[in-house]
Design a protein around this ligand. Structure first.
Ligand code: ZN
Length: 108
């Protein structure tokens, strides 16, 4: 998604609010202290072709906090077949014909 290609449908019509000029409203709560809760703002990536959305924690400081404070998700080895599938892209890269069509449609 961050490379400009949708992970779900393979199109290149991805938009991001990464360089927004307004405060992020899209946040997650990292922890609740005695005085105030701590929030991390998220960078959002949206595919305007299929509507697929991805969120990323924006700051390294927040990532460090999460790394120290949140519970680690253990890797599950359910089925080797499934694990292997998960490492592959959901969709193959679209061929040149598809790209040309998509760009023309977008230009109009
Ligand atoms: Zn998409």
């Amino acid at each position: 998604m961050k490379n400009g290609q949708c992970r779900s449908c393979g199109s290149y019509h991805v938009r991001s609010n990464r360089n927004r000029k307004f405060p992020a409203l899209n946040t997650i709560t990292l922890g609740s202290g005695n005085s105030s809760a701590r929030y991390a703002s998220l960078d959002t990536y949206v595919c305007v072709s299929c509507g697929y959305v991805e969120n990323y924690v924006a700051s390294h400081e927040d990532l460090n906090y999460i790394s120290q404070e949140w519970e680690k998700v253990e890797v599950k080895s359910e089925s080797p077949t499934r694990s292997q599938q998960n490492t592959e892209p959901l969709h193959p890269k679209p061929d040149d014909e598809f790209k040309t069509e998509a760009l023309q449609a977008w230009g109009n």
